[in-house]
Design a protein around this ligand. Sequence first.
Ligand SMILES: [Zn+2]
Length: 473
Amino acid sequence: MERATLADGSTVEYFPEPIGEGAMKQVYLTADKSSVICFYKDPSAGSNPNRIARLEAILNGFNPTLGHQGDYYKKLFCWPTAIVKQPHLGIITPVYPSNYFFATGNWQGKEKEGKWFVGKTASGKLLRDLLPEAERGTWINYFKICIHLARAVRRLHHAGLAHSDLSNKNVLIDPTSGECIVIDIDSLVVPDLFPPDVLGTRGYIAPEVLSTLHLPLDDPNRQNPRAETDQHALAVLIYQYLLGRHPLEGPKTYPAASAEEQERMEMGSKALFVEHPTDSSNRPRDLKIPYTALGPDLSKLFKRAFIDGLHSPQKRPAAIEWERSLIKTWDLLLTCRNGYCPSHWFVLHNRNQVRCPFCGSQPKGNIPILRLRKEIHSGAWTLDGEVVVYHNLSLFKWHAFDHVFPGPNADRTPQAYCVLHQGQWLLINQNLTSLTSPKGNLVPPQSAVRLEDGVQFRLSQEPHGRLVEVQML
Ligand SMILES: [Zn+2]
């Protein structure tokens, strides 16, 4: 065993043989196998005061895995736990949880980088299709991954940090559970400190950063990674997870003197959304499912990210907007009745033509929609959400009350559920204390309200309790 000395003077034993290597770091397993030590390969790293100041800020000043909700964010970030000073500069991070390694198939034991799930082979086949069935996960789990990732980035930005290199490589995803974890935390952009010398990863670098990369580091026109560039990468990742393709990689090319210059134009100064509404020159021929199939809230954000904000960073949606819109859209998900559907779920948003965009199937029978209203002042109710009902759907406090948000700390006890019973849709109370029938009678737990077109009832009579209006499709 070798021995490393940490910044606080304590020591840690580690195995002498490296277990992995990246562009900047060499990785060793600690003797207790709970963590890894990542040593910087650059021999001058230890004498770089910017790097040390940044690591100290990341570990101590801006660490979301400490304190309030820290345990929750430990699952979303592989955050460094200590700085190593001897034999040379490094950091200690926890080992990735076991669900982020393939359990079966050709890639067994490899880390679940996003590329395995959204990348393509040279011949254009989805890599995902080469994975064993058990590793592919379901579309609804990709949706969950998006919520978790938006939440993680929102938390970073809330602390004033930026990741600077969000990508398919630095976000591990587990589509079998819907979880994700952000890794490579040591190059964060920290307020008031010199930015890291990270270039980002191909396909995720914001256009303004890519098109000014050739300028010297101290050139005022050079655009460096910051929250807005993370916002671009976040939008790219969400688009890839939900639609299985890259938003800027299309047939359009720009002949240039070098491959680098060509890349700088295609993904930088001349980058063009593959689904641009008026310029279809970058549209792939086999583009089947448009982004608008994901419902109105997500459509608005994709439009801002890739049409209005692609070359105007300040117009890009913030991570919190993605988190909120994804959660709102979650309530519009409906199961597809086609057993062979590649997705099994879709967003029901076009009420005139209810059809699964992934397979074209149409649902059978009535579908109740719960239109949620909140009281803005006495007796005045405004629409602030909708829930598409399917058999055994649960309702939670964030549906019943307008001031509850389904964030990390939310109470996840089901308050009521909906069932189709003998041809009749029912909402069955479980834990709501003042659910009131359309006629104004209290509905105690274990009792039901019939869901019929046009009826209205209160989920709660308490302050912030919502009103439901039922619409039958
Ligand atoms: Zn379908």
